[in-house]
Design a binder for this molecule. Structure first.
Ligand SMILES: *[C@@H]1O[C@H](CO)[C@@H](O)[C@H](O)[C@H]1NC(C)=O
Ligand SMILES: *[C@@H]1O[C@H](CO)[C@@H](O)[C@H](O)[C@H]1NC(C)=O
Ligand SMILES: *[C@@H]1O[C@H](CO)[C@@H](O)[C@H](O)[C@H]1NC(C)=O
Ligand SMILES: *[C@@H]1O[C@H](CO)[C@@H](O)[C@H](O)[C@H]1NC(C)=O
Ligand SMILES: *[C@@H]1O[C@H](CO)[C@@H](O)[C@H](O)[C@H]1NC(C)=O
Length: 453
């Protein structure tokens, strides 16, 4: 796996260990006045982003996304392997800016201090850099100073939430200290607190939410990404923002590689949009599992034993839907069935391009050479379909060559785990909604712009 060592694709990986005590109190959803919390997502490469680099072009962005997809999948495989016994510890991943494509601009406190945070379905803790801040050498924007905010409060050790903090413990001031350890480097340590969060809404307004529980992070480990002032983990665990806001959310992404598309959005709470096909959703260790039953290319249903996608705990299998990987990953048999069919359609009139042994690539351009190529459909339980057009199935890896953005799970070199992952390219132009307590997920093909009102 040579790609993994490429300097452009570092991913910060950290593990948090949380002891889940039985009989713990249940969480109350935070009541908030705004009936619909629609958060505008900022693309990593948009001109409004601190990562904006004039020299980046679409080829560079796609390479970066492909490389970080491998890192993401490899990390998830490690996490799945380690989750045994299931509830003893939890692991989180925090990808660096290279892997993460979407950000949100929020403000916290009174007076509000703007923060540029990363949206990540791979982790669950919401944390923001706080003063006094150790290891915050290079800064982007003001660091939040809890002492200057009239709405800040730290949580006491006896707070129910302290149970769920990674390595939560009492410090000498009776505050609940958390310690989130990284696989490499120094941990992130802070105080579990509550504060007013003000989200920027897609109509350029703002939505204040009081008393959001978050990690006020005083030590930020070796989190080299100085541009980011925090992380909004969308994974589902007891402390995550999703759990605090009532366990529903939805997002709509138009084009993963278009930094200028302004209608990408995230809806948190009861305003999440549930439309279109729905399918059962299961949350395990913060990850989102759905049931894939088959794949079609055009009208042709591929011959695949649907058992290969089933989740069998002891086999570390199943199908995860994720926003951290651009590409989709399929277990060997599923991948081969799809690749063989795509290959049989394209081999007859296109020239192969060699990228690596498991990526199917051709010379040509998606927009000109694949006109008329049939849509590929992923069929999920209860009849929900996710339809991939050519822009969702292939990526233009070079100006003159494109590749299928579906890879085999074994490509990461791991033959112990056996799971598949639906990546972000496959979710383009869909509204994807998660109802965790209702155990359902919905997807509807839509122009995200239509969700603006
Ligand atoms: C985020 O919001 C702050 C304050 O409103 C603003 O100064 C900053 O430019 C915004 N950043 C982005 C990337 O939109
Ligand atoms: C992007 O830049 C790279 C390196 O400068 C170059 O090789 C590539 O052809 C460029 N891609 C496009 C689409 O212009
Ligand atoms: C956080 O946890 C790590 C790993 O267990 C430990 O080495 C470190 O000393 C802890 N830091 C604090 C401030 O508790
Ligand atoms: C993965 O699943 C396939 C299909 O069920 C099976 O043939 C294969 O042995 C599994 N691999 C592992 C490592 O469990
Ligand atoms: C799994 O990988 C290991 C190490 O690469 C290899 O020795 C072993 O033969 C592989 N097992 C299977 C079933 O492919």
């Amino acid at each position: 796996m040579e790609q993994i060592t490429l300097a452009t694709a570092q991913c910060f990986i950290f593990l948090t260990f949380t002891i889940i005590s039985s009989g713990s109190p249940t969480f109350q959803a935070i009541p908030f006045t705004s009936s619909k919390l629609v958060i505008k997502l900022v693309h990593r490469d948009s001109i409004h982003s601190p990562y904006y680099n004039k020299k980046d072009n679409v080829t560079i962005r796609i390479k970066r996304a492909m490389e970080s997809s491998i890192l993401r999948f490899t990390y998830l495989q490690k996490k799945v392997r380690r989750t045994w016994p299931e509830d003893d510890f939890q692991a989180d991943v925090l990808p660096s800016a290279d892997g993460c494509v979407f950000y949100t601009n929020i403000s916290i406190g009174q007076p509000p201090v703007p923060q540029f945070t990363l949206m990540d379905t791979g982790s669950s803790l919401l944390w923001i850099r706080c003063l006094p801040c150790r290891r915050c050498s290079t800064q982007f924007g003001p660091i939040f100073d809890p002492e200057k905010s009239s709405t800040y409060a730290y949580l006491l050790c006896n707070s129910q939430y302290c149970h769920y903090a990674p390595h939560g413990r009492c410090n000498l001031l009776d505050e609940c200290e958390y310690n989130q350890t990284y696989i490499q480097g120094t941990p992130s340590v802070g105080i579990l607190s509550k504060e007013q969060f003000i989200f920027k809404t897609s109509d350029e307004g703002s939505a204040p939410i009081p008393d959001v529980i978050f990690g006020c992070s005083h030590e930020n480990g070796n989190f080299k990404d100085h541009q980011i002032s925090g992380v909004i983990g969308l994974g589902f665990k007891k402390l995550s923002l999703i759990a605090q806001l009532g366990s529903k959310f939805s997002y709509c992404i138009g084009n993963v590689f278009d930094p200028n598309y302004i209608h990408n959005k995230l809806i948190l709470g009861d305003g999440a949009m549930f439309e279109g096909d729905s399918t059962p959703l299961e949350v395990i260790d913060g990850r989102y599992y759905i049931t894939l039953e088959g794949i079609s290319v055009g009208e042709k249903r591929l011959i695949i034993d649907s058992n290969i996608f089933k989740r069998k705990t002891w086999k570390k299998s199943g199908v995860i839907i994720d926003s951290g990987s651009s590409t989709t990953w399929l277990v060997q048999e599923g991948f081969e069935a799809l690749r063989n069919e795509v290959q049989s359609l394209l081999d007859t009139w296109m020239t192969r391009f060699w990228y690596n042994s498991w990526t199917l690539c051709y010379m040509g351009t998606i927009s000109q050479d694949l006109i008329g190529f049939p849509a590929v459909t992923f069929h999920f339980a209860r009849g929900a379909d996710l339809v991939l057009d050519t822009e969702s199935l292939f990526v233009q890896l070079h100006p003159y060559a494109f590749c299928m953005a579906v890879l085999p799970s074994y490509a990461s070199g791991d033959n112990i785990t056996n799971f598949s992952l639906i990546g972000m390219l496959a979710q383009q132009n869909y509204n994807i909604a998660y109802d965790i307590y209702g155990k359902t997920m919905s997807f509807q093909r839509i122009d995200c712009e239509l969700l603006d009102d």
